[in-house]
Design a binder for this molecule. Structure first.
Ligand code: NAP
Length: 326
């Protein structure tokens, strides 16, 4: 089968399209004939050898996939051959076929096309669970989102609005901020040009943001610590800036704030039922027309390197999707 191969650590330019044997499903696994694969920031990190998971070479990157069930491994009775599904393998999605644990597979509605499905689960469920289940965002609170035009950021803007929050979107260009406003953000801040703390004080009448969703880290996290309200919650989602921070405990104490981590992937190990509940609710929201992934680019599998390069250069918005066999 055709697959994108990572044979050494490095940038997207090191990836190449190759021919390898298709995977077989192990016990508790299925294989999926891939129709579309979602691009995630983690794909740009795993190929550089700086992700928590370091697969042996050669490996196929890609963690989010939509397609049809091809084969069932021993003990699998939750799906049938031919079912249309979304799957979250840790690696392997950028290929014609991928093996994935049946527990990490969700059936998709007939009306949802594969490109939409491949861009749906990680981004929406991360924001839905992080804001609701983890941070306890309440209607009427102020939510500030960093990297707000990116994959997870834009879904946080949409979900925050659905949960009844007043949403402040922060991003690096006017075009990205316009997209956030079109997706419902009440206020926008260009964090390349404007002082975040000053603008948040202005918007909130001096109070600060109740919840801050941070997939960026670095200077953005430091700004979050300065802009959070008394009893506020900062949710650490990721480190797109490449920088990790230290939260000063004197600020936690004086402002009565919480800094909490949220890692969606760990729920499939520790509490899969929470992902199931979130996905069921999100699919219902999609069927009701309340959410719709913003897919900024659809590229064929052989252009995986280009897609990852765009993401690393901060040139993508919403989700990018790779298509297979179309
Ligand atoms: N915790 C979880 O469960 C979970 C789930 C999914 C993703 N994540 C993490 O969340 C982060 C964002 O993922 P994503 O898929 O949304 O990526 P994305 O679409 O590339 O969005 C990242 C955003 O970060 C901003 N950014 C700031 N500095 C950057 C830099 N040096 N390089 C690239 N982008 C930079 C960019 O917006 P501006 O240009 O506007 O600043 C960009 O839109 C990643 O760290 C990812 O690993 C975590």
């Amino acid at each position: 089968m055709k697959a994108i191969l990572c044979t050494e650590w490095g940038g997207p330019e090191k990836l190449r399209l190759g021919d390898i044997a298709p995977p077989s499903p192990g016990p508790g696994e299925i294989t999926i004939d891939v129709k579309a694969a979602g691009v995630n920031f983690a794909d740009t990190v795993i190929i550089q050898g700086t992700y928590q998971l370091k697969p042996d070479f050669p490996f196929v990157p890609g963690l989010e996939v939509a397609g049809t069930v091809a084969e069932l491994g021993e003990g699998v009775d939750t799906v049938s051959i031919g079912d249309r599904v979304v799957g979250i393998p840790n690696i392997g999605a950028f290929a014609e076929r991928v093996a994935v644990k049946a527990a990490a597979v969700v059936l998709i509605p007939d009306a949802m096309d594969f490109e939409t499905a491949a861009s749906f689960a990680v981004a929406y469920s991360t924001s839905h669970m992080a804001l609701g289940y983890r941070a306890g965002l309440k209607a009427g609170e102020t939510l500030m989102v960093f990297g707000a035009a990116g994959g997870v950021g834009l879904t946080a803007v949409e979900i925050g609005k659905i949960m009844g929050a007043e949403v402040i979107a922060c991003a690096g260009t006017r075009k990205k901020l316009d997209l956030c406003a079109a997706r419902g953000a009440d206020h926008v801040i260009d964090y390349g040009e404007e002082d975040i703390r000053e603008r948040v004080r202005e918007i909130t009448g001096g109070k600060g943001a109740d919840v801050i969703y941070d997939p960026v880290g670095g200077a953005a996290f430091d700004a979050a610590m300065r802009s959070i309200a008394w009893e506020g919650r900062i949710v650490v989602i990721g480190f797109a800036s490449g920088d990790f921070n230290q939260a000063r405990t004197n600020i936690l104490l004086v402002k009565n704030i919480q800094v909490m981590g949220f890692y969606w992937g760990s729920y499939s190990v520790h509490r899969p039922s929470a992902i199931g509940v979130s996905m069921t609710e999100l699919i219902r929201m999609w069927e009701a027309g309340r959410i719709e992934p913003h897919i900024s680019r659809v590229l064929p599998l052989e252009r995986t390197g280009d897609a990852l390069a765009l993401m690393m250069d901060r040139k993508s918005t919403g989700k990018m999707v790779l298509t297979v066999g179309t």
